[in-house]
Design a protein around this ligand. Structure first.
Ligand code: 5GP
Ligand code: ZN
Length: 110
């Protein structure tokens, strides 16, 4: 998707504070954190939202969820974390490239 900001991050066209990357997924810190630790895990292929996910994405979505606790722990969220997937305009989604928010650790340090 040529106009998608997260596809541009995947392509390295705009910078992000990455914390994990493999052939399928990318994790990077949110530019406007809601908590002391706040990052997102995204699939590398463009999927607009959870509404647009299809059976062929099952393994990819499972991979993202299994990665969440591992990366949360690496970021120091030892006692737990929150996850959030905003879906569609009515769900508060602003960036239409599927992403799972992971956050915790108290108030954001701004
Ligand atoms: P949504 O509301 O779509 O679930 O969340 C989009 C998130 O992406 C927001 O929390 C916003 O701060 C974050 N975001 C938007 N643009 C950028 C960007 O260019 N870089 C990073 N790292 N995060 C972004
Ligand atoms: Zn995209």
């Amino acid at each position: 998707m040529s106009n998608c900001i997260f596809c541009k991050i995947v392509a390295g066209e705009i910078p992000a504070r990455k914390l994990y990357e493999d052939e399928d997924v990318l994790a990077f810190h949110d530019i406007n954190p809601m908590a002391r630790v706040h990052f997102m895990i995204i699939p590398k292929p463009h999927i607009d939202s959870l509404t647009d996910a299809a059976p062929e994405h099952q393994a990819l979505l499972g991979k993202i969820l299994l990665l969440a606790p591992r990366l949360a722990k690496e970021q120091g969220l030892d006692s737990g974390f929150k996850t959030l997937i905003n879906t569609g305009r009515g769900g508060g989604q602003e960036v239409f490239h599927l992403h799972v928010h992971i956050f915790g650790g108290g108030p954001a340090v701004k």
